[in-house]
Every structure is written in structure tokens, then in C-alpha cells.
Design a protein around this ligand. Structure first.
Ligand code: GLN
Length: 284
């Protein structure tokens, strides 16, 4: 009799298959897909190594393994991605949250805590809402405006606010860039806008993500430049702009922030790979 397909055998086989196919984090990808097919938390796989999935579970798993091996992002195949230790729903209408974007949350929360009163946050270009929701979860008295030009993205963000029970403090609205008509100043403005230069090489998985969330003209600055220009009147004095940018844009972003004259010298923050990844600038 053939050896049965247990959880352990499936994970080992799939990991090998993903290594050969060049899938990122092959073991993790295998675990995430199998946990999804078995409808159990990933960690529970370790208690079920000898379990033999039934035909329906196997079919669900194999279908997703095939697509992942063809470089569809695992997060889209299972419909969620972890960010700041929270599970966020994602669809192909939104960028998949990246670990380096957690920097924006750290910085926003630090600034909010320094206020000593409930703060107002605007997360522009919110996508899945990961920054907006993680900030609201961390800063329990903050109110957050989360905006995106894509109605599909705003729906995903609103769902994530409900999922993490911060929907009473996170307002999600369809807004292009900073074209928010209501008055009011914010204590923190976070943004992870599109910043990839058109034509720059991106990974195979990234090609499945919305190009409108990634690309920003010939130099990748089409959204960052107007954002830096238009941000000051949206911020209260002492308010912070916390902005993510691309690996080679730190100097240009610093120059833009300084040239505008409204901000003090920005701090440039590095991600866990040591790459300059975000700027934090306080309005004078
Ligand atoms: N960091 C993303 C990437 O390299 C880009 C995200 C963005 O454009 N905001 O794929």
C-alpha cells in the first residue's frame, strides 16, 4: 500500500516543491496553505502531523499549491496576511501588508503616546487598512481616518476595522490623495503611497498586486512629492508626517521635506533589513 499523505508528509513534499519553484519562504507557505485547507490555525498543524486530510481537504490544498507554485501570492490564496501580529483580510484589490510597513505603526503610536491626550490620525493610501487598524488597536483612545482612492480597498479596510473591533474609531472613506473636504487638523499623518518607478523590476508575486498601489511615475515620486507638499496644512503644529518610501528615495524625500520649510529636519527610519524606508517629520 502507498504511504498515506499525512500532514507531515504533505508539508515536506510541498516545501520541496516550492523550493524548486522558487517560492519565497517555502515552509511557511506550505504551512499557511495547509492550515487554510484544514481550517485550523497554522500552529495546530504541529499537533496533527499524523492526520490524513480527507479528499475534500486535499483537493483544496492541491489547488492552492499549484497556484502558489505559479507565483500567485499566498496571502491572496488564503485571503489574509499577518501584520503587527494581527490577521488582515486581503483581496487582489489591495497591496499585501509588508513587514517593513510596521515601522509606520511604531512611529505613529510613539508620537500619539507623547501627546498625553487622545490623538487624531489620518492614514492616507490605506489599502487593506493595516496601518490604520494597527494604530487604533495600539492607541486605544486615538481616532483614525483611513482613506484610499479605491472603493474596493476602502471596503477591505472597513472590514478589517470591524474584524479588530476598532470600527467605532476608524472611519474609512473613499478619498483621492489628500482631497478630504472636511476641516480639521491631524496629530499624525501616515502614508504608504505607491512609490515604485515604472519599469523597475518587481518580484513575480508583486505582479499580482494592484499596479495602482505600486507604481508612481518614472521616478516613483508621483505621489510622495504632492503628499509632502500638501501635508502641512493637514497637520496640527507639532503633528507628524510618517511616510514610507522606496529603497533609493531617502535623499529625495528628505530634500522635499526640508525644501518645503514647514517641517523640522526629518528623521529617516530603517527597516529590519537596514534599508532606509520611512521618514518622520514634525510640523513646525
Ligand atoms: N514595498 C513595496 C514593494 O517593494 C512597494 C509598496 C509601495 O509602492 N507602497 O513591492
Amino acid at each position: 500500500m502507498a504511504e498515506p499523505w499525512t500532514v507531515l508528509r504533505l508539508l515536506n513534499w510541498t516545501r520541496e516543491h516550492f523550493v524548486k519553484a522558487g517560492v519565497d519562504e517555502p515552509r511557511l507557505a506550505a504551512e499557511v496553505l495547509l492550515a487554510c485547507a484544514l481550517r485550523c490555525p497554522r500552529i495546530m498543524l504541529y499537533a496533527r502531523f499524523e492526520y490524513e486530510p480527507n479528499a475534500e481537504e486535499l483537493a483544496a490544498f492541491r489547488e492552492r499549491v499549484k497556484r502558489a507554485a505559479a507565483h500567485e501570492p499566498v496571502a491572496y490564496l488564503v485571503g489574509e496576511k499577518e501584520f503587527y501580529s494581527l490577521a488582515f483580510a486581503v483581496t487582489p484589490a489591495v497591496l499585501i501588508p509588508r513587514g517593513e510597513t510596521e515601522l509606520l505603526v511604531d512611529e505613529a503610536v510613539k508620537h500619539l503616546r507623547s501627546l498625553g491626550r487622545p490623538g487624531r490620525v489620518w492614514d492616507a493610501f490605506t489599502g487593506s487598512g493595516c496601518v490604520a487598524v494597527a494604530v487604533a488597536v495600539q492607541a486605544k483612545d486615538a481616532t483614525v481616518l483611513a482613506t484610499d482612492v479605491s472603493p474596493e480597498a476602502v471596503a477591505v479596510a472597513a472590514g478589517n476595522a470591524r474584524r479588530h473591533k476598532v470600527d467605532s474609531r476608524v472611519r474609512c472613506e473613499v478619498v483621492d490623495r489628500l482631497d478630504w473636504a472636511e476641516a480639521g487638523e491631524f496629530d499624525v499623518l501616515t502614508a504608504n503611497p505607491p512609490y515604485v518607478a515604472v519599469g523597475a523590476p518587481v518580484g513575480q508575486c508583486v505582479q499580482h498586486e494592484p499596479s495602482s498601489a505600486l507604481y508612481a511615475g518614472a521616478d516613483g515620486m508621483d505621489f510622495i512629492a504632492p503628499l509632502v507638499r500638501d501635508a502641512p496644512p493637514r497637520l496640527a503644529p507639532g503633528g507628524a508626517l510618517v511616510l514610507e518610501f522606496g529603497y533609493d528615495q531617502a535623499d529625495r524625500v528628505r530634500d522635499l521635506i526640508v525644501a518645503g520649510g514647514a517641517f523640522a529636519e526629518p528623521r529617516i527610519l530603517r527597516d529590519h533589513q537596514g534599508i532606509e524606508r520611512a521618514a518622520a517629520a514634525v510640523r513646525k
